[in-house]
Design a protein around this ligand. Structure first.
Ligand code: PLP
Length: 391
């Protein structure tokens, strides 16, 4: 599977949880999209190159990775925007309830969007600690919105159990699958999940700023009223009528013109999952993260690292996070040695293990590099201390 990716020589890439590596299928497909479909086909390509149905087509590919059916997933907009649409839609499905429940320590956009929705809709957003979520569920909660695998700690919720408990109190559930889709199997329909969103540019490898995806369970589609009523979500966009009428099914999640080049790159990237057994992918991911934790224990005990990720593989996604007060500079020094991870304030060193393109040797070599960064103290150099805009 590693052959399906173009990775630079001498680099161990442990940041596929932030920006996935580039699948080899992408450049040729993009070249054709630009030179033939855009430059030559021009506007005809919306029909002739099948640009128009790309959001649904690419959504169907992602559906297979997250335990959904075709026509339950569509690609559109960013994760933040899809979250906005689904939070408002969920509130509208639970009139009389005024609470959106979330978690502290979630990725900031999830909280910021919920705060914005609360302001517009006159509802409330309450964030509790992850271990308080189940106890905080009650009949005031219209919608519970959680991220399945936490971006900092890599800790994963039990999707089935949390969804079941939310449904017992009559709440709807939105899962953010940013750090799940493409990293591990996920069974949205088996867990009876209502809604989900997720990123195209992390483990799905769709490229920087790739469009995101939204899942709406089929049983909710006909009643769904999302607030961004743009022309591509209309029942007949090219009838150019005055009044809004939602398209049937998942298509009503669309807003405006799809970012075709981003969609085409994502579609090509997803061929890297062709024939991949997601259970085998998970087994490899657990082996890689487990080896990393074991080697950090064995090799780095003297250097003051903490482990922010659960040791129990059932409780973690496909990343391992360490803590260290000098985390930023250590990550920069490590990158200078060709081992790319990232840093999340205040003290998290994040390492993502995309099992499609990483092997056990990469884990050994990454820990060896981290050990020598610490032993030689090169993280103390001023160039590694100076913060860049993107960490
Ligand atoms: C949990 C989670 N949700 C959402 C996002 C990003 O959302 P957007 O694609 O809108 O930038 C991230 C990005 O890292 C994330 O970790």
């Amino acid at each position: 599977m590693r052959q399906r990716f173009q990775l630079p020589e001498g680099v161990i890439y442990l940041d596929g949880n932030s920006l996935g590596a580039m699948p080899r299928a992408v450049p040729a497909r993009m070249h054709r999209a630009i030179e033939q479909e855009w430059a030559t086909g021009l506007i005809r390509s919306w029909n002739d190159a099948d640009w128009y149905p790309a959001p649904q087509r690419v959504g169907a590919r992602i559906a297979r990775l997250v335990g959904a059916e075709d026509n339950e997933v569509i690609v559109a907009d960013s994760t933040s925007v899809n979250l906005f649409k689904l939070l408002v839609a969920a509130l509208r499905m639970r009139p009389g309830r005024s609470l959106m429940l979330g978690e502290r320590g979630n990725f900031p956009t999830d909280a910021y969007v919920a705060q914005g929705v609360a302001e517009i809709t006159g509802t409330q957003f309450r964030a509790v600690e992850p271990d308080e979520v189940l106890a905080a569920l009650n009949e005031d909660v219209a919608v519970l919105a959680l991220t399945h695998v936490n971006y900092k700690s890599g800790q994963a919720y039990d999707m089935a159990a949390v969804t079941r408990r939310a449904h017992e109190v009559g709440a709807l559930v939105i899962w953010d699958l940013a750090h799940t889709a493409g990293a591990m199997p996920c069974a949205l329909n088996d867990c009876e999940v209502d809604f989900a969103v997720g990123c195209g540019y992390k483990y799905l490898n769709g490229g920087p700023g790739a469009p995101s995806f939204a899942f709406v369970a089929r049983r909710h589609q006909e009643g769904l009223r999302q607030p961004l009523t743009g022309w591509h979500g209309h029942a007949r966009p090219f009838a150019f009528t005055h009044g809004y009428e939602p398209a049937p099914g998942i298509d009503r999640m669309l807003v405006g013109t799809a970012p075709q080049l981003g969609l085409i790159a994502l579609e090509a990237a997803l061929t890297a999952f062709d024939g991949v057994d997601l259970q085998a992918l998970r087994a490899k991911s657990v082996a890689l993260t487990g080896l990393f934790i074991a080697l950090v224990d064995q090799e780095l005990g003297a250097h003051g690292f903490g482990l922010a990720t659960p040791r129990d593989p059932a409780l973690r996604g496909s990343q391992v996070s360490l803590t260290h007060p000098e985390g930023y500079a250590i990550v920069q020094a490590l990158i200078a040695r060709g081992v790319i991870g990232d840093f999340r304030a205040p003290d998290i060193l994040r390492f993502g293990f995309a099992a499609l393109y990483l092997g056990h040797c990469d884990v050994w070599n990454a820990v060896a590099a981290l050990k020598s960064v610490m032993a030689e103290g090169d993280w103390r150099k001023p160039e590694f201390m100076a913060r860049k805009a993107v960490t």
